[in-house]
Design a protein around this ligand. Structure first.
Ligand SMILES: Cc1cc2nc3c(=O)[nH]c(=O)nc-3n(C[C@H](O)[C@H](O)[C@H](O)COP(=O)(O)OP(=O)(O)OC[C@H]3O[C@@H](n4cnc5c(N)ncnc54)[C@H](O)[C@@H]3O)c2cc1C
Length: 306
């Protein structure tokens, strides 16, 4: 059954644990329920596990669908059919049990398949696009369902045909490779160990990498050279072990995070004439100070799907 809430406090839905009250939020449990909500034309944005978003701490005058309760998947040999709300780490472990390789990288972060396809999530030289075969999507313009194959997906770094488009991923097919349990376990362990050393756990709210890597460089490297580690704004701080992560260490607001991001952005711009682009998506309303700051950092202003 779809749960729908008016004036919903969104903070605890996001891995950043930041956010104010949202006008309306719906949590469908099946793909059919999601399709009905999309047909109703009442919703502005579809999210998965909210692990790559910064919600405004102010009132958000939007209607949002969160797919995290849409949770079915099935394997047939090396083929995987998966619904948009399923989270990566669950499938990483399911693949390991079946000696299937390709999703070892998903063990380390909390994205849903809808979000990961949209962003072409990647880590440790594995990409969602490597094993992707096709997705069924809802076209918000035509109000119809269609299938998009890999060759039409325009996958690139943190981008796909789904990003900033009118398509909502309903479910998808993947083709994995056969491997051995030991090999797969070893890669997963290496990935986890790397994250423990270099990245924050979710005990402090965060949304993964804040800025995208510029071409042939790393945002973390540039921010480190600019001595950003440990920089603070209100309750937000740049992580001591990796300068491209911001932690919500003490009830940070969205304004704290964006003010800190702006400092990171302008320091790198001044020193290296490189304009870092946010990887995270901001969800808020026009007219606020933080909205204006965000606008100066990115052409891709706000994430809206309508
Ligand atoms: C600790 C931590 C580590 C991370 N490490 C990595 C990493 O190594 N590599 C990496 O790539 N990312 C990483 N991330 C970021 C994040 O997990 C990924 O970007 C992930 O793909 C986002 O998935 P989500 O379901 O949370 O998407 P959301 O944050 O909910 O949404 C992200 C985008 O996807 C869109 N979207 C979501 N569902 C759908 C759908 N069904 N149809 C169409 N569009 C949809 C949204 O509209 C939005 O534009 C990390 C995050 C955290 C918190």
């Amino acid at each position: 059954m779809v749960e729908i809430y008016n004036n919903y406090e969104i903070k605890n839905e996001s891995t950043f644990r930041i956010g104010g009250i949202v006008k309306k939020v719906a949590f469908p449990e099946t793909v059919e329920e999601l399709i009905e909500l999309l047909k109703s034309d009442e919703y502005d944005i579809v999210l998965g596990n909210c692990s790559n978003v910064l919600f405004s701490s102010d009132y958000i005058d939007k209607s949002i669908i969160i797919t995290k309760n849409i949770n079915n998947f099935s394997f047939q040999g090396t083929k995987l059919h998966i619904e948009c709300g399923v989270k990566g780490p669950i499938i990483s472990k399911e693949c390991q049990k079946r000696c299937l390789s390709g999703f070892e990288f998903l063990i380390g972060f909390p994205g849903s398949f809808g979000g990961m396809i949209c962003m072409n999530a990647s880590a440790h030289n594995q990409y969602i696009s490597d094993t992707f075969v096709s997705a069924r999507v809802f076209d918000l313009n035509k109000k119809e369902i269609k299938t998009i194959n890999k060759n039409e997906m325009e996958f690139s770094y943190r981008k796909s045909k789904i990003s900033n488009s009118k398509y909502i991923v309903l479910d998808a097919e993947f083709a994995l490779k056969e491997g051995t349990n030991e090999q797969i376990e070893e890669i997963m362990k290496r990935n986890i160990d790397f994250r423990k050393q270099h990245q924050p756990s979710l005990s402090y709210g965060n949304a993964g990498s804040i800025f995208k890597n510029p071409e042939n460089d790393s945002a973390g490297r540039l921010l480190d050279l600019c001595k950003m580690k440990g920089e603070k704004s209100g309750g937000a701080i740049v992580f001591e072990n990796h300068a491209n992560f911001i932690l919500n260490y003490n009830n940070a607001t969205s304004e704290d995070v964006i003010t800190l991001m702006y400092k990171m952005y302008s320091t790198v711009k001044e020193k290296y004439t490189i304009e870092l682009q946010p990887e995270i998506k901001y969800i808020g309303d026009k007219g606020t100070k933080e909205y204006k700051l965000w606008e100066t950092m990115t052409e891709n202003i706000l994430m809206t799907q309508k």
